[in-house]
Design a protein around this ligand. Structure first.
Ligand SMILES: Nc1nc2c(c(=O)[nH]1)N(C=O)[C@@H](CNc1ccc(C(=O)N[C@@H](CCC(=O)O)C(=O)O)cc1)CN2
Ligand SMILES: Nc1ncnc2c1ncn2[C@@H]1O[C@H](COP(=O)(O)OP(=O)(O)OP(=O)(O)O)[C@@H](O)[C@H]1O
Length: 181
């Protein structure tokens, strides 16, 4: 058994290594996007929650493009006090700013409208085949999904695929599907 903290360190190192070989990372991302688009949950969803990725993470811009091309709405998270999140539409006019943790977030203006997705693409550092997950440690997704239950899917690059060798906490939310290449 490992602690989630040990796993975060190992997974970040493994993802940094993959990011040094962009061709390999892109190939895995393209395959994962194909798997996502083939899922029933993707085809049925109308509002899809997705992050704005950081360099070591699965690149989300191709996913965002595919969601739009399919005529669906893209919503992205803004972090709030007390480790809460709200999701806002990502459109051509959405302004973005770098959040405290380094990823981009939408700038909220008078016209901004909070939307609750009907499919969540959940980010993370490690995913087990059964849907257990270790993220960056904020607990944002466990809190959000406890409050707003919805279909969930994760896209696991090779270094993110890991058998659950950590203790599952009672607040951990099990993902419905982990897509793997
Ligand atoms: N691209 C991207 N955006 C995302 C996420 C993500 O995983 N990827 N998130 C996924 O959740 C949310 C932000 N997640 C965060 C996770 C941790 C910390 C943070 O401050 N971590 C502390 C350590 C945590 C602790 O031990 O308490 C730190 O870095 O000091 C901040 C934001 C929303 N946006
Ligand atoms: N539903 C919840 N209500 C209150 N606190 C929660 C809830 N879920 C998680 N937490 C708190 O969040 C903290 C971080 O949880 P965890 O280590 O599982 O984060 P993570 O899933 O890796 O992070 P993230 O979701 O941000 O990627 C835990 O210490 C836990 O106390």
């Amino acid at each position: 058994m490992r602690t989630k903290k040990q796993i975060r360190q190992q997974q970040i190192a493994a993802l940094q290594t993959l990011a040094q070989t962009p061709a390999l990372k892109h190939a895995q991302e393209a395959q994962l996007l194909e798997l996502l688009m083939a899922t029933e949950v993707f085809q049925k969803a109308t509002i899809i929650g997705v992050t704005l990725s950081q360099p070591i993470e699965m690149a989300t811009q191709p996913i965002i493009d595919a969601i739009r091309l399919a005529g669906k709405e893209v919503v992205v998270p803004k972090t709030l006090p007390e480790r809460q999140m709200a999701f806002y539409p990502l459109t051509a006019t959405t302004e973005l700013t770098t959040g405290s943790y380094g990823a981009l977030e939408p700038v909220v203006t008078a016209g901004s409208q909070v939307l609750i997705p009907d499919l969540m693409i959940v980010p993370g550092l490690a995913f087990s085949p059964e849907g257990w997950r270790v993220g960056f440690g904020g607990g944002y997704y466990d809190r959000y999904l406890a409050k707003y239950p919805m279909p969930t899917v994760a896209l696991a690059l090779k270094p993110q695929q890991r058998s659950a060798d950590w203790a599952i906490d009672e607040f951990d939310i099990q993902l419905d599907q982990v897509l793997q290449v």
